[in-house]
Design a protein around this ligand. Sequence first.
Ligand code: SF4
Length: 438
Amino acid sequence: MRVHLTTLGCPKNQVDSELMLGMLAEAGYPLVERAEDAECLVVNTCAFIDRAREESVDTILELAQLKQRGRARALIVTGCLTQRYGADVLKELPEVDGILGTSDLGRIVDLVRQAAGRHDWATAAPPGYLYEARTPRLLTARVPYAYVKIAEGCDMGCAFCAIPQFRGRHRSRALRDIVEEVETLAARGIQEAILVSQDTLAYGRDVPGNGDVADLLLALSDTRMPWIRPMYLHPAHANDRLIARWARARVVPYLDMPVQHGDDAILKSMRRAVTARRMKDVVAAFREAIPGLTVRTTVLVGFPGETDAAFRALLAFLDDVRFDRLGVFTFSPEDGTPAPALPDQVPAETAAERAAVVQGTQDKIAWERGQALVGTVQDVLVDGPSEDPAFAWEGRLAGQAPEIDGVVYLRTREMQPGRFARVRITEVEGYELVGERA
Ligand code: SF4
């Protein structure tokens, strides 16, 4: 049974897909690159906001076409959509033969083995799965970086977020197990380990004696992994002791810290457990402790109760902190979260206008930051052939996370993918940079 797996959603879902592919390969199932060549189709879905759910359903229906055309014999849906909606997925989408939640990845082999002969096959267990360094994993992308999931779930309960409903309570992997995985990845030639979870700064708090996130980073500093990049840091967990220990660890000078808003009344209503003043102090303390730090954030506009004054407070906050990188989202009312029931819902058009204003402000900052790099020589990790045919290769600075922060287009042909190079930055193209070997 030839199997093809489609991955949607975030890097944490990508890790789940690579684990499922690793288990299927170990069980002897041939894996094919093209869905058209497969007998069994698996789609690993995302469900955190409405647009993501639409994309998941559209992808399922698209793949179901291949079943009707007879090449594929089975369609299996996994991931957050099935964890969140369970057997309703089978009811709503009769094209689907089997579903698997996020918490039972190991059952994928059984599901594929039986899928062709059965229909309406569902396994849905409460979120509890955590993989280990020895769990078979197939790295899917031909790039020199890999995501490492250090924990799963979240206890924060932000008023707009449904993720805890289908990813469960916060639970950390053992520190030694993560170190073993990162060492193994380094031995396989990976140059960058990107540490992901829903709530990275809460790492280790649930496991007595395990050590916290700073202990993890200090332990990973002794591995052969050149770049270590932690992501998804909730500012409410940061404190001076953590920042001082973080600064001693050998991690890239990069901070991914979603702030979500800059108005205290909105932050309170979002249940973010932190004030704007405190977040400014946290970012300032990290910048003080780590020279050349790049700070990325995410903001959410259009949250219920966001008046013009609250929005102006957000703009003033962003103007004060001046993040190097920023992603802006508009509020999406999610079932099972408190926010849809809040008074003073903001019209979607107003939210979209506000998102455009935030994006416009950030474009200017990004341009200035890029211009300041022109003429400098930087370390660049060469990721691979450039998507832009005008350039031979593309890579990233330590201040650029994959897939979200832009790249450095490289003119020089004589470069090695998966290696670091000294690069002179020569131009800025929007959010991208252009460079050549120094
Ligand atoms: S910290 Fe992140 S994952 Fe957790 S509830 Fe808040 S937004 Fe959701």
